[in-house]
Design a binder for this molecule. Sequence first.
Ligand code: MRU
Length: 346
Amino acid sequence: MLKTIEYVDGVVRMIDQTKLPLESVFVDCRTIEEVGSAIKTMVIRGAPAIGVAAAMGVSLGAAAIEAETFDDFFSQLEAQCAELGQSRPTAVNLAWGIERMTRVAQENKSLPLAELKTLLRDESIKICAEDIEINKAMGRHGQALIEKGQTVLTHCNAGALATAGYGTALGVIRAAMEAGKNIKVMANETRPFLQGARLTVWELKEDNIPVTLITDNMSGFFMKKKAIDCVVVGADRIAANGDVANKIGTYMVATMAEKHKIPFYVAAPISTLDMSLSSGDLIPIEERSSEEVTSVQNQRIAPEGTNAAHPAFDVTPNDMITAIITEKGVARPPFAESLKRLAEQK
Ligand code: MRU
């Protein structure tokens, strides 16, 4: 499996997810601004991967600062972080990654600046490695919810490519396979950006996990035929009451799952919880270019001048969610209590 993101010789290297699966090419970021641009243009995407990229971006920004004192260094770093924090609004992992890095800087303000910069680089590498361990723990908890031979529907890409490796929703699927459960996957193509068709199918095929691609409007058909046993998706931000923001179309899948009494699971690390928001209504929803709707892979499919809308995420209300799988365990309703307990658990 190719690495989603890594630090190589002072450069942050990412696989370009706008080019997959047709080409496997890498983008090298040398500055915090280049990392911000890679996040904005979806070279790297998926909430946990955005968090790791943000942390590595902050370390690149820190390395380039010329300052004599910590206060001067930190005010320059904060200005760069404010800019980076604007790159995408919905995934809370972006703010989480930046916040963790600036906290480490402040906690080590007495170090000589050269040492502090090295420490920040090492911290971002640690965040990357931790993310894989977190996903594996999530996989161990989540696979217990899946039975032998089941077919799991997933939406978007919550896989190795959306994280530092292994994945959240696809991590649960990988762990179920590793536990010998011989499951099958159905992947929604996930218009307009096609993360399901391009990325989920690509990485599951690489791992020889049986996958069937369907278009987004087919999942109801297959649920009605009892061809889907459960749904597992990732999340970009989870409010304190358990409302989940995830890729546009997730709410529609949850609605169909509820109608057909199919369990609907969300797999996400604790870093995706935003306990400061009481409900999903407060989660900012990114509006992306309407050109992503009027064209497919830069090929226009709608008449010129078509008015199109493109909210990139939607919010699934907590009462439609069977369980939320985290690295610390599985939260069940009422989520306001179970998530708080997990968030506070050491
Ligand atoms: O717009 P994207 O591709 O960044 O959206 C990604 C998703 O919605 C994922 O499901 C979510 O980030 C979870 S990734 C483990």
